[in-house]
Design a protein around this ligand. Sequence first.
Ligand code: MRU
Length: 372
Amino acid sequence: MNVQGTHYRTIRVMKENPAVVQIIDQRHLPHKFVIEDLSTVEEMAVAIKDMHARGAGLIGACAGYGIYLAAMNAPKDSVASFMSFIEESGKTLKATRPTAVNLAWAVDRQIEAVSAAGGNVESRIQTAFKTAGIIADEDAEFCRRIGEYGAEVIEEISKRKKGDTVNILTHCNAGWLAFVDYGTATAPIYEAYNRGIKVHVWVDETRPRNQGARLTAWELGEHGVPHSIIADNTGGHLMQHGMVDMVITGTDRTTYTGDVGNKIGTYLKALAAMDNGVPFYVALPSSTFDWKMKDGVAEIPIEQRDAAEVRTINGLYKSEIVTVQLAPDNSPGVNYAFDVTPARLVTGLITERGICDASAKGVLGLYPEKGV
Ligand code: MRU
């Protein structure tokens, strides 16, 4: 996507020095556009854990490049010590965040490729470089296709409304910042907008870290898509008054039975959508399916983050990003970062292979090779 007219991906290898991986440091957005240079797997692990880079697809791409950085810095005296460093680095990366399945998926894919490559250390480093690139390219391409399939749904609504604006509600940031490019929930919106369909996006602010107000709003603005930021609890009211035509969210882990793990608050939006007959779609690349889990509520690990994120808020004050306290000194906070929306509340899953029902039958119909 473009930032002030220049095309960016959220992660890339530095042109002048291939030992450095560059990410957009999202902690500074929307106020500052900062590129961060990472040279070690430890730096990549911190970037994931502290959310310099975040979002399911991007976390996967970061994990892929994290293993590449590990390979660059691994001991080179023997293949055995090289491989043991890679394995350890995989564990470090996997321990950073629990919910997005893309993280473990990308680490395992990298380690498998580097092990299968055989040969000396140098050729294994080349494999790690190549595989990280494939993971990133695939993510971007899958998101592009999600955009095309999802735009069809928006187009249908637009036709039904005789060309009137289609109002779409989204939660958190499942935009291009959360992936390598395009995004998932936002990809159909960008595609519809590019096709000349009139769209307007209700952007949930998404407390406590405000990924909606800070990131989704910024992205949509950069692309020129009309949008309004709303407080997290506004969606139900808008739906009751016919002001939402559809909801599209992303997901960090979806079971093959269609239960959707996503940013905290998604479940409440799905309940309100069901009560008001508003279609609720979830957009995801196949790397976000968990092919082993059946019951999302029972099985999807829910990250609990620092209570400080709930008790405080970040914002711009005199050109500096500052943190201010919202809560009484002694009131504790609790910070569940994700929740699970049961499949029965989901109208459809928009994937790179098309749209399916949120059910084992629907998902495995699109991915028969995953037959479980
Ligand atoms: O905690 P985050 O910001 O990494 O949360 C992940 C998300 O971006 C959202 O849950 C998103 O809707 C799905 S992943 C693109």
